[in-house]
Design a protein around this ligand. Structure first.
Ligand SMILES: Cc1cc2nc3c(=O)[nH]c(=O)nc-3n(C[C@H](O)[C@H](O)[C@H](O)COP(=O)(O)OP(=O)(O)OC[C@H]3O[C@@H](n4cnc5c(N)ncnc54)[C@H](O)[C@@H]3O)c2cc1C
Length: 462
């Protein structure tokens, strides 16, 4: 990078917020999805104005800029594909305003997701979206990926809680979108375009999130099955019975054993699958819902159904689910984690299909995920240095995406497209769908400098 540009970056951000040394670039060359491309410089924003100045500089000098939260993304979104500058947002962590009477909190976008609950709990409120990465992902990253989580079944995902945001557009303009009012129809629903925009359309610097009262009571249970089919059918039947648990997580035998090898969370090693189920609300209704779930679970021949008696029991079960990905990562040198999603009624077919694909291609897969949302994480375990295994796994992944599409599902429920699923987006949304995305991108970022090369190619790149 030219010295004059580096000097300007230092003038905008301050010396302590600019990195250019080659060895410092390594930490910003990958996310949780593995790609390794080093940027030429990393800048750490502390104000919206700095982000605006950066984009004006980037536009003048034709430098690609890749926004980055904590790099926990699972689709390659924060990889600086065309090098240039990584804009790290994780030093913008201030709480701007907590407004309990309107159940709102306004924060800078780099705040860690799990830092919100301790602040709002004093007013008996909570922020419902809770991705498995809640302890390290940023709110900006959550919005850019429209992150889901363990409570998505009852409480929805990130998009359901974004009320207002300050965004720096690719050419440096600062806009405020949305409103603190519950209802707001002045103009297009523009803030929605930025939710799930994967850092391609603008940089969120401040966001106002809505909050909910903490449920009075929770019931947590573990259902154990000796058949994958029965576990998947149970998910579908619970929804069909009119019950909405707050959480319904699925883990198969491969995942259970990986977790137990990693950390003893009390999961049954011989089970083919378990469901981790939680209901919440008023004590009576949470208990009544769990009783209904008990009936459905038993009618699907569960071998055991136990309700956690103490908070410690509950925490142990959830700890197992939260380390599932780390545990699977320790089985083989590499993993490819997917998040193909189907309607809940098609979950049994999806699980059978995944097993069939894995068997045919002789690849190892662990399946876990937010089954209540139809959102599974089939996780292929492999050694990428083994070319034959890598080729078989790539083929299996391709078939998995096609299976999701054939079942009227989606290639991504929450991890986004980024680099990882870019080749498959056309099959999902078609040529006209891609053209619409390109047109929106072109309008906001005519030089294609903000996170270029992700999600889809621009016409001149094709
Ligand atoms: C162990 C583990 C568990 C996970 N569990 C879940 C889960 O349950 N549910 C789920 O949905 N995801 C999950 N994820 C994926 C990941 O944590 C989420 O996608 C998260 O939202 C990424 O946040 P981040 O701050 O790390 O963003 P990054 O990975 O740094 O960036 C993600 C994307 O957002 C863009 N971006 C980041 N900040 C901004 C900003 N301020 N403005 C504009 N664009 C921005 C980047 O350019 C990139 O395209 C998990 C990941 C791991 C490693």
């Amino acid at each position: 990078m030219e010295k004059s540009v580096v000097d300007e970056l230092v003038a905008i951000f301050g010396k302590e917020h600019v990195l250019t040394a080659n060895e410092d670039m390594i930490a910003y060359s990958y996310d949780a999805a593995h790609a390794e491309i080093k940027p030429e410089a990393v800048v750490f924003a502390t104000t919206t104005e700095q982000v605006s100045q950066l984009m004006k500089l980037a536009y003048r000098e034709n430098i690609p800029v890749t926004p980055r939260g904590q790099g926990s993304g699972l689709s390659g979104g924060s990889i600086p594909l065309q090098q240039g500058i990584v804009l790290a947002m994780d030093r913008m962590t201030r709480v701007i305003e907590f407004d309990p009477s309107n159940r709102l909190i306004t924060v800078e976008a780099g705040i860690t997701t799990s830092d919100i609950d301790p602040i709002v709990a004093e007013a008996n409120l909570f922020y419902p979206p809770d991705p498995g990465s809640v302890a390290f992902s940023t709110i900006g990253g959550n919005i850019a990926e429209n992150a889901g989580g363990l409570r998505g079944l009852k409480y929805g995902v990130t998009k359901d809680y974004v009320q207002m945001m300050k965004v720096v557009l690719p050419q440096g303009d600062i806009v405020t979108l949305g409103s603190k009012c519950v209802k707001h129809v002045a103009g297009f629903n523009t803030e929605a375009i930025f939710v799930g925009s994967e850092g391609l359309l603008g940089i969120m610097t401040e966001v106002t999130l809505s909050l909910l009262p903490i449920p009075q009571h929770r019931e947590s249970a573990l259902a154990i099955f000796d058949s994958l089919d029965n576990a998947a059918q149970t998910v579908s039947d619970i929804i069909a019975a009119g019950v909405t648990p707050s959480t319904m997580e699925f883990m198969d035998n491969e995942t259970i054993n990986a977790i137990q090898n990693f950390k003893d969370c009390g999961l049954p090693r011989d089970a083919q699958a378990v469901l981790l189920i939680e209901t919440d609300g008023e004590e009576n209704s949470a208990k009544a819902e769990m009783a209904k779930i008990d009936e459905v679970v038993r009618s699907n021949n569960a071998t055991e159904f136990s309700i956690a008696k103490t908070t410690e029991d509950r925490d142990k079960l959830f700890a197992g689910r939260r380390v599932a990905l780390n545990a699977l990562a320790s089985v083989k040198p590499n993993l490819i984690l997917e998040d193909a999603t189907v309607m809940r009624s098609k979950l049994p077919e999806m699980v059978r299909g995944i097993i069939d694909i894995a068997e045919r291609h002789q690849v190892k897969v662990g399946i876990f995920g937010h089954a209540g949302d139809g959102n599974l994480h089939p996780t292929f375990l492999l050694d990428m240095k083994d070319e034959d295994e890598k080729a078989r796994t790539d083929e299996a992944v391709k078939e998995l995406f096609q299976l999701a599409i054939d079942l009227d599902g989606t290639i991504s429920g929450e991890h986004g497209i980024g680099l990882e699923k870019k080749p498959f987006l056309m099959n999902q949304i078609g040529g006209a769908g891609i053209k619409l995305l390109q047109d929106i991108k072109m309008t906001l970022d005519p030089k294609n400098l903000l996170n270029p090369g992700k999600m889809f190619d621009m016409p001149q790149q094709v």
